[in-house]
Design a protein. Structure first.
Length: 483
């Protein structure tokens, strides 16, 4: 099988595999060659140019890798864009083949993209395969061992293995490669760790090397980051990845929903889901415990002596049978995180953002769906409303008109009635309105964290999405002030 990795036969080996499988072979070649991408030694490139070129090699690798897993047309389109951009960056850098130590990695990345684009069946892909292999031979001293491992990858797929199984396997056989390669891997990881904007890629590469690949759905979302963000550079990409990771981590947890946003209609809708009180408590605590554990393992500053950590720990250890204590403790923990970020006691981190979102949703769900918590919460607000100024109550009515405009008719009418009841009535009528109105507003505030929802609001209503975010935050602040 080893001869299949020679230039004259490698293309034939690829064309004997399915389109995604052939791509996965080339992706693994790229992963192995990344260790030799020593762009830091290229003095003809500025730091910005080096990082941008490195970023687009990573983009090529993750995009083609995801294509081999998901076989998706959107990813195939991204492969085309990434390939064209990488070609442009290479030309703009004015580096010839002999001047770029990392050429094998870049050619392997291009090969993976060409395979994804062409299905492993065109002359263009065949030429790319031969060129990548010839430069591996010229630049990499242990290319024989690397080619042997490529041969093993092909044998694995021909033997019935899948692309996802292959991409989750160990990248190197430590006993079969020279120390030089392992040292190159260590140097490359160290170089990544020195660049704050490449934090995600450091973790990603660590997973690639040590059979601990990041969740492929998370990688898919990163691969589909729009072109303008990639072109804006590593910092812009890092910020978008932070947003994606926070959203993805929050979505990993089971959640009770009452309010949803219909992207097709551009409207909020109410869809009550019956929840048993006991199940709600158990689900909530599992969510919080998981998110707390993940956040504590990051570099966000959350640890066993943090206020938020201590309140969550106390809740998990001593308050499982006290729903009101759970609600109040989790709210204190959430506020500590929000204030800690503002005061730089905590550092911005996707995992901490996910924990804050989980805490916000937990408190919202308890107030909306747990009878004991809802009753106690309602009593607190009713008491505060009795002494609240008329202007505060009227402000609730005024701000609700904006929410009505982006809700379906049924929900919009209920929001209008509830706001008026809160402002103008008392007793049980007011109590029922408080419970439903504030519960829905809190859930809407969580939903509009999504940039996709903001864009859809912009396109479908007379209000800007950012204005709706501000309105919801104002109403949440009013709620907070009443509690």
């Amino acid at each position: 099988m080893t001869e299949d990795t020679e230039p004259k036969t490698f293309g034939d080996a690829l064309t004997s595999l399915s389109h995604p499988d052939a791509t996965s072979i080339c992706v693994r070649m790229c992963f192995r060659d990344l260790a030799y991408l020593e762009l830091a030694n290229q003095t003809r490139l500025s730091k910005h140019e080096r990082l941008q070129l490195l970023l687009f090699v990573f983009r090529c690798a993750i995009t083609s890798g995801c294509f081999s897993i998901f076989n998706d047309e959107n990813l195939k389109t991204q492969c085309l864009k990434a390939s064209d951009k990488l070609s442009g960056l290479l030309k703009a850098s004015s580096l010839n083949d002999d001047g770029l130590n990392g050429l094998p990695a870049i050619l392997a990345a291009r090969l993976a993209l060409e395979t994804a684009r062409c299905g492993g069946s065109t002359k263009r892909m065949e030429r790319s395969a031969k060129r990548a292999i010839s430069y591996n031979t010229a630049f990499v001293s242990n290319s024989t061992e690397l080619k042997a491992q490529v041969s093993d990858d092909i044998s694995f797929l021909r033997g019935g293995g899948t692309a996802v199984e292959l991409l989750n396997q160990t990248l190197f056989d430590a006993e079969a490669v020279e120390d030089q390669l392992l040292k190159a891997v260590t140097r490359f990881k160290s170089a990544l760790e020195r660049e704050q904007a490449l934090e995600f890629w450091t973790t990603w590469y660590e997973g690639v090397v040590h059979t601990d690949a990041l969740d492929w759905e998370l990688q898919r979302r990163v691969a589909l980051i729009p072109d303008p963000i990639w072109e804006a550079g590593p910092v812009a990409v890092a910020e978008e990845i932070e947003r994606i990771r926070a959203e993805w981590l929050a979505e990993k947890l089971p959640q009770a929903e009452q309010i949803e946003f219909d992207l097709d209609q551009g409207q909020f809708q109410s869809k009550p889901i019956p929840v048993k009180a006991e199940e709600l408590i158990e689900t909530t605590l599992k969510q919080v415990e998981f998110a707390r554990t993940v956040a504590a393992q990051s570099n966000c500053g959350l640890n066993s002596t943090s206020t938020a950590y201590l309140y969550i720990d106390h809740t998990l250890e001593s308050c499982r049978n006290d729903p009101n204590a759970i609600e109040q403790n989790l709210e204190i923990a959430r506020v500590d995180i929000v204030e800690g970020l503002a005061e730089n006691r905590y550092q911005k981190d996707a995992k901490l953002s996910a924990l804050e979102q989980v805490l916000e949703r937990a408190v919202t769900d308890l107030r909306a769906n747990h009878p004991d918590v809802a009753e106690a919460w309602e009593i607190r607000i009713k008491h505060k409303l009795r002494v609240a100024k008329a202007g505060q109550k009227q402000l609730i009515v005024e701000k609700t008109t904006e929410l009505i405009a982006i809700s379906d008719p049924k929900l919009g009418k209920e929001l209008e009635l509830d706001a008026r009841s809160i402002a103008e009535t008392s007793g049980e009528v007011q109590g029922g309105a408080i419970r439903r109105f504030f519960g829905r507003v809190a859930q809407m505030r969580i939903i509009v964290r999504s940039g996709e929802v903001i864009k859809r609001i912009d396109a479908s209503s007379g209000y800007k999405g950012t204005r709706i975010v501000q309105t919801l935050q104002s109403l949440v602040d009013l709620i907070t002030g009443l509690i």
